[in-house]
Design a protein around this ligand. Structure first.
Ligand code: SF4
Length: 314
């Protein structure tokens, strides 16, 4: 086998070892294959979380009331992020998701995405409000990003009252987004947005989106948690939805929803970790505290974080 053939194969399949078995992942197609007949010895488990999200910056030009991103001026350095990604990639992480704040405001955002595509085997997603994606950015991101999550809470006036941006402009941006990569929509569900859900799902499907990530509103200083009636309404909506979009929900809100987790044996930090824009590693973006990543790298911070958590979190 020539080295170029090896590289070609390496580009297509990445292996991960864990308590669920041998996991093969193709970042180009998004295909996951879990060989659960293979009992992987614990000593061979991949050390890094399966998925890691990184808040590149806390900067954002929107002021959504439901936002829980810290309003500080932190940005991660390009050098730190690329070092951490190299460590994670070599230790079994399959995908990285960039967020913020608004990740497209990160000064070297396109360059960083191109680095991920070129120098790692990680699948790359990012979450964006979408309003800075123009032709030039789209050109730079094509063949780097594998999936894009666009925030769209409600439609028309509902959306505009939350985001203070034109809904028509968002739709135009989403038409551009779909030329970059597959995309889905993040939908914060509350009493204001739930009535729009049917129409929102139809619009996303018409635009070529493939996923609707439901995010029941969490409490912060400016808004309260989704109320029980609205949450029940969301559960009823999910139960009867027959459209083409794949539905998903954040893990912390999944109780009472019909979910499926094929890799349930990988929980807590084996499955997921988050790095905030101050370089603090946490079990999720909702956690207030974590472990600062030092000069010894992200995996050392992961070990320290695991030591600080209970059995259930690891
Ligand atoms: S667009 Fe996202 S990061 Fe910006 S304020 Fe809204 S929720 Fe927060």
């Amino acid at each position: 086998m020539t080295s170029s053939t090896k590289n070609h194969q390496a580009e297509h399949w990445k292996l991960r070892h864990g308590p669920a078995g041998l996991h093969l992942f193709n970042r180009t197609t998004g295909l996951n294959v879990l060989i659960d007949e293979i009992a992987v010895p614990a000593s061979l488990y991949s050390r890094a979380p399966r998925q890691v999200s990184i808040a590149l910056t806390n900067q954002c030009d929107l002021t959504c009331a439901h936002c829980y991103a810290p309003k500080t001026r932190h940005d991660l350095t390009y050098e730190s992020v690329t070092c951490w990604l190299a460590e994670l990639d070599a230790s079994g992480t399959l995908g990285v998701g960039f967020g913020g704040g608004e990740p497209t405001l990160y000064p070297r955002f396109v360059e960083l995405c191109q680095h991920v595509a070129r120098e790692t085997q990680l699948s790359l997603t990012f979450t964006t409000h979408g309003h800075h994606i123009d032709e030039a950015m789209a050109d730079g991101l094509r063949s780097s990003a594998h999936f894009i999550r666009v925030s769209m809470d409600g439609i028309g006036h509902t959306y505009e009252s939350i985001r203070r941006r034109s809904f028509q402009d968002l739709l135009a941006r989403m038409k551009l987004v779909r030329t970059i990569a597959s995309f889905g929509v993040n939908f914060v569900a509350n009493e204001k947005t739930l009535p729009d859900l049917d129409e929102a799902a139809a619009i996303v499907a018409d635009l070529g989106g493939c996923e609707l990530l439901l995010l029941p509103q969490m409490a912060n200083r400016r808004c309260s948690q989704i109320d029980d009636d609205t949450l029940q309404g969301l559960r009823r909506w999910v139960a009867v939805y027959r459209g083409s979009l794949r539905l998903s929900i954040n893990e912390g809100s999944a109780e009472g929803f019909p979910t499926c987790d094929p890799i349930a044996a990988e929980r807590g930090l084996r499955a997921y970790a988050h790095v905030d824009a101050a370089g603090v590693l946490k079990p999720s973006s909702y956690h207030a505290t974590g472990i600062s990543i030092g000069a010894d790298g992200v995996l050392s911070a992961l070990d320290r974080l695991a030591n600080n958590l209970t059995e259930n979190d690891i």
